[in-house]
Design a protein around this ligand. Structure first.
Ligand code: ADP
Ligand code: MG
Length: 537
């Protein structure tokens, strides 16, 4: 899943989006979400829903999957990207998406822009793409879970990254300014510089070396260790000053392996300076040099992030001394080393293609919850839907809130494509919801053109009254834009028709009974006659 197909977003209808959201909701308590459950959550007819599901699979937004006991669908990174983008664009955090900027070991970075045409960086976490993160032992720790969900871990990583970036930024550390996050996506300031790994020559290596060592110590004085402090996670500007990025693996200085992590960060920088700039200094900090001034680690812990997800934080922490030892004996782990540091691949995006989300064991977060029915999810589903559609629905009530791509050449310096929605008529705004429990659906229902004017309504009614099937009644009943009188009349007509046909059936049944009775009597008579004949015989 290297590519972010923004063009595709333009062609996704509201139903596509409803079904996608329903799959996401279903995955809260299902590893594979059965099609019937998706249809119920999305409140769509099974036939229509299946058609949409097939389309979503075709565009690699969801994947079809089956186990011994169940078959259905699961969300993959393609669909997750779309949902996150939709939310961020509905919040006006981003309005256009540009070129891919970088490929991290577990993320894809894109240039995006907001309404003021300010360019920002969008980081889409893609945990599970490589086997860098040694989750093997940590998974055992989470024995109660059947499998770890990569989507869940990516969401956790984004949440943690945002929380740490915000705390560090507010404390004056050289980190990108955080803007917003949603699901597995983080929007942050676009750093104007090069990753240190790409820099071959600097004027004053000693000055940069000191700056970086000071940064490691300052972080620790604030109660934090980066955990992956190396040339891939440091951006250098034109004045050779560093900006630190990539925070999901950060740990507290009170972590049991804190000293080991601290020493490893220091060693990474020393090794790199020796190798790249042929610079070596006898001076380097040790964990004993740390004098804790404040506890950002504790401050972050009381923020939304860890309260909710602290128990799973261990899964994001960098590999510790035990993991390294185990890896030595473990041939399957593909981590490359530079000294003691885990090297990040700057591989071509083809790496990610080979490990598409669809092939991963994502899905499943709360297995122990069993199978919650659609009613369980409806409130949340509508909330997510409202959040995603939000302003888009209010502002643009045209046929579909499609994301359009403007061919604005000026904006296209970085291949930026607009995520704007078309302005449309507000003819739906007058329509009121007749069924309060269907509030979340009103937008979709109003979309059905035939229901919008009297003529077509009559046409529909004429058409519908000809059919006596219960399903078509249900369909009309659930359309919130039909006046209640009409619905009542229609139901009454349908009922009378049904009652009549039931009566006919009963009569027919009675006739059959009479016929059977007569036949039995005849048989009896014949039998008696034959017996009598024998007797007389
Ligand atoms: P990962 O967690 O996958 O290692 P990183 O956050 O390290 O991802 O980002 C990967 C690469 O993307 C970085 O090496 C850098 O080149 C680029 N990058 C990341 N964030 C930014 C940013 N805010 N501005 C500019 N480039 C960035
Ligand atoms: Mg990185």
């Amino acid at each position: 899943m290297g590519k972010l197909n923004v063009v595709l977003l333009r062609y996704l209808s509201r139903d596509d989006f409803r079904v996608l959201t329903a799959v996401e909701m279903g995955m809260k308590n299902h590893e594979i979400v059965p099609a019937s459950l998706i249809a119920s959550i999305a409140s769509l007819k099974h036939g229509g829903c299946n058609k949409v599901l097939r389309e979503l699979v075709k565009h690699k937004l969801i994947a079809y999957d089956r186990s011994k006991t169940v078959q259905g669908y699961r969300l993959i990174y393609g669909g997750y990207d779309y949902l996150a983008l939709k939310t961020l664009s509905s919040r006006d955090v981003i309005t256009s998406v540009g070129n891919q900027l970088g490929v991290g070991k577990e993320s894809d970075i894109y240039i995006v822009a907001n309404e003021e045409e300010k360019q920002l960086a969008l980081k889409l976490h893609r945990l599970g793409r490589t086997s860098f993160r040694n989750l093997k032992n940590k998974r055992d720790y989470h024995k109660h879970r059947h499998k770890m969900s990569w989507l869940y871990l990516s969401r956790l990583a984004a949440m943690k990254e945002f929380a740490y970036m915000k705390a560090l930024y507010d404390s004056g550390f050289p980190v990108p300014k955080p803007y917003d996050y949603n699901r597995h996506a983080v929007v942050m300031e676009l750093v104007n510089g090069y990753p240190l790994c790409q820099v071959r020559h600097i004027e004053d290596p000693a000055a940069l070396y000191n700056e970086l060592m000071d940064l490691i110590v300052k972080l620790a004085n604030h109660g934090l260790i980066h955990g992956d402090f190396n040339e891939f996670n440091l951006m250098l500007d034109d004045e050779d000053h560093a900006t630190m990025i990539d925070f999901p693996q950060m740990v507290s200085t009170s972590h049991v392996n804190a000293e080991w992590y601290f020493d490893r960060d220091v060693k990474c920088i020393r090794d790199f300076f020796l190798k790249r700039f042929n610079y070596e200094s006898e001076l380097y900090p040790t964990f004993r040099d740390v004098h804790k001034e404040c506890s950002l680690d504790v401050e972050i812990e009381v923020s939304g992030y860890t309260k909710e997800m602290q128990k799973d934080d261990e899964l994001l922490q960098p590999e510790g001394p035990e993991d390294i030892q185990e890896e030595d004996n473990d041939e399957t782990v593909s981590t490359t080393k530079i000294g003691d540091c885990a090297q990040e691949t700057k591989d071509d995006p083809s790496v990610s293609e080979a490990t598409d989300g669809s092939s991963l064991e994502d899905s499943e977060t709360k297995q122990d919850h069993g199978g919650g029915g659609p009613s369980l999810d409806m409130a949340e589903f509508n909330k997510v839907l409202d959040e995603l559609e939000g302003k888009t629905v209010e502002k643009n009530d045209n046929k579909t809130p499609e994301i359009s791509i403007a061919g604005d050449v000026e904006n296209n310096r970085h291949g930026i494509e607009k995520l704007s929605t078309e302005e449309g008529s507000d003819e739906y705004e007058d329509c009121e919801d007749e069924c309060p429990e269907l509030v979340g659906l009103s937008g979709t229902n109003q979309e059905f053109r035939p229901f919008r004017d009297e003529d077509s309504l009559q046409h529909i009614n004429q058409h519908r009254t000809r059919t006596t099937s219960v399903t078509s009644m249900g369909t009309v009943g659930s359309c919130s834009t039909i006046p209640p009188e009409l619905v009542k009349q229609k139901v009454k007509r349908q009922l009378t028709k049904q009652q009549k046909s039931a009566l006919r059936r009963r009569l027919q049944k009675g006739e059959v009974n009479v016929f059977t009775k007569q036949r039995r009597e005849n048989m009896f008579n014949i039998k008696c006659s034959v017996d009598a004949a024998g007797f007389w015989g």
